[in-house]
Design a protein around this ligand. Structure first.
Ligand code: SAH
Length: 331
């Protein structure tokens, strides 16, 4: 699709049913009915950045900060593998405590567990990404957040849009399965820029794209901003499935925060991945990138059981594979 076609679809709600069922069909034809579960470990909520929407921004003095150190982190990883996870995702704020050596040690230990490993720890140098890759990391998640340069500048004080983009190209060049994505509903974000975001995912040849509605957090400069629209986020996600048929697309936690059935609706509108939290209760509430995060009182076993039940109830199955992108001939 070109930009105009996408803008037309995003601006008009009369064809939503068609859009969601078309995305569901393309998902079925290209990536099948299996859902890949990725076990998410949120290992540090310490962050040096100031992203205006994020509750973990360093200026927020009201969060109780934590770091999970290597040994404890490994116990979560082992537990997750025992529960059946074949991919683990390590996510954190940009916390320089975990330097390259510390990360490489953690990566090497986790890779002994025979799992695919994803990092989501922000902007690093080419050499750092290279060291992680050499240590065995398979995938990296780094959302571009928005391709509207001006909006990007407004949302990310002291950060560079060009650098974020460069990071994504570096990750691709190093052979990572590269995940990116955007927020939907940021203040002053336009429909036109959402179409540009999708074109960017295509240009990058993203292997995974996660879309989340923006949810205002009280302890940020965007406390009084309007929250993102669940259905618009879902439409962006469905368009991504139609335009990048064989990639992995998560049903995101932020979608479920805005709609109690959000992840299942997303799985029926193009998504094929879910990322349940495998960190223990004591940390979940503290990793508050946005408020009212789901499952903060659950433990990892409950999360796994709950989402498995929901997935099976819609006639889909849980994959036992690591779930790499399987390219189709046309992509
Ligand atoms: N430090 C890492 C991980 C960031 S947290 C990085 O820079 O990549 C993961 C994602 O949460 C972010 O990329 C952002 O898109 C999302 N997020 C942050 N604050 C949010 C909010 N208020 N509402 C919805 N999503 C948010």
């Amino acid at each position: 699709m070109n930009s105009n076609e996408m803008i037309e679809i995003l601006s008009d709600n009369t064809n939503n049913d068609w859009l969601f069922s078309e995305a569901d069909k393309i998902r079925h034809e290209n990536v099948g009915d299996e859902v890949h579960l990725r076990g998410l470990i949120e290992f540090s909520n310490i962050c040096k950045r100031q992203c205006k929407y994020c509750g973990l921004r360093s200026a927020n003095k009201e969060v109780e900060r934590y770091r999970i150190l290597k040994d404890e982190l490994l116990t979560y990883a082992q537990k997750a593998v025992k529960m059946g996870y074949r991919t683990l995702v390590l996510q954190s704020g940009e916390d320089d405590f975990y330097d390259t050596d510390k990360m490489v040690e953690i990566i090497r230990e986790i890779k002994k567990l025979d799992v695919a490993l994803t990092l989501s720890i922000g902007e690093k140098t080419y050499d750092e990404y290279k060291a992680f890759k050499n240590a065995g990391v398979d995938r990296y998640l780094l959302r571009i957040e928005t391709t509207d340069k001006k909006l990007y500048g407004n949302m990310h004080p002291n950060a560079s849009y060009e650098n974020r983009k460069q990071c994504l190209y570096d990750l691709k060049r190093l052979g990572y399965e590269t995940g990116t994505g955007c927020l939907v509903g940021l203040p002053n974000q336009t429909i036109e820029s959402l179409a540009d975001d999708i074109l960017f995912f295509k240009e990058l040849d993203a292997d995974m794209v996660g879309i989340g509605p923006f949810i205002p957090h009280e302890q940020t400069p965007l406390a009084d901003a309007k929250k993102g629209d669940f259905w618009l986020a879902l439409k962006v996600m469905a368009l991504i499935r139609i335009n990048l048929p064989d990639i992995n697309i998560p049903a995101t936690t932020a979608m479920e925060t805005l709609n109690p059935n959000g992840r299942i609706i997303a799985l029926k509108s193009g998504a094929n991945v879910v990322m349940p939290n495998v960190t223990s209760k004591e940390y979940r509430a503290k990793y508050e990138i946005y408020p009212n995060k789901i499952c903060i009182n659950e433990n990892p076993e409950q999360c796994r059981g709950c989402i498995e039940g929901k997935i099976k109830a819609i006639g889909r199955t849980i994959s036992g594979e690591k779930g790499f992108r399987q390219r189709k001939n046309n992509s």
